[in-house]
Design a protein. Structure first.
Length: 246
């Protein structure tokens, strides 16, 4: 069933007014009609609804009962992803949302190949947020994960230093030879942050900076994974161990 997210201010007396691109898509692409059913996401809850009116500018739905299906993972996950080349970031964001990520924080590190002006960073962030929203609709998430504006690595350090107890910080590093995720299966984190490097990997100074924040540096087996593969692999493992996957 088609799902649409709407802000709470678009709800009035158990009716939701859908406007903009979503209204256009429902009316002109999906050819929805009065009486058709939709799923409506409002903040952290999803509702069944029925279309009661539509015109050129809006689609009005009557809210019915909550869906009763919880699609959000009990584990909060933050993906700190070095900005990758080409359409790799699009893929990473799409798959991370499907795997239940709570937020995505792009960043630039020493060996990040991609260079973006402030205007380009804003444009990319807007694009990435739309990809996250589309992925959340497709997999019937109750919430749309936030994709932040890209940060510099020192800003990432500052952000990670502010986490409270119950937080587990993981950095995947291709030169780590001993420590793996399996060594932490007995932990019970409420929030896991995953730090994934760019195509060129992390510098030793960046790895040491994360270690100083009590970050766990982990290997992902004996094969070198591409950055887009590493992000998906770690998120899947984390959700399997402490979330709702599997």
């Amino acid at each position: 069933m088609t799902k649409v997210f709407v802000p709470a201010e678009q709800v009035n007396s158990n009716q939701v007014t859908i406007v903009g691109d979503d209204a256009h898509h429902l009316r002109n692409v999906l050819r929805k009609k009065v009486g058709d059913s939709l799923l409506i996401g409002i903040e952290t809850q999803t509702y069944h609804s029925t279309i009661v009116y539509l015109d050129q500018d809006r689609v009005v739905c009557q809210l019915l009962e909550p869906s009763g299906i919880q699609t959000e993972s009990p584990l909060k996950t933050s993906l700190y992803q070095a900005v990758a080349k080409g359409d790799k970031m699009d893929l990473i964001i799409q798959k991370a949302v499907e795997l239940g990520v709570s937020e995505i924080v792009p960043f630039f590190s020493r060996y990040t190949v991609v260079k973006l002006t402030k205007d380009k960073q804003y444009q990319r962030q807007q694009r990435w947020q739309k990809i996250a929203e589309a992925a959340a609709k497709q997999c019937k998430r109750d919430q749309i994960p936030k994709v932040h504006l890209p940060l510099e690595f020192d800003q990432v350090q500052s952000r990670l230093s502010q986490h409270v107890p119950g937080h587990l910080l993981l950095m995947a590093y291709e030169q780590e030879n001993n420590q793996s995720l399996s060594q932490f299966v007995n932990l019970d984190p409420q929030h896991v942050s995953v730090v994934i490097g760019p195509e060129g990997g992390f510098s030793l100074e960046e790895v040491e900076a994360v270690q100083k924040l009590d970050g766990k540096i982990i290997k992902l087996g004996n094969r070198i994974l591409r950055t887009e593969t590493a992000a998906v692999a770690v998120l899947a493992l984390v959700q399997y161990l402490w979330g709702d996957l599997g």
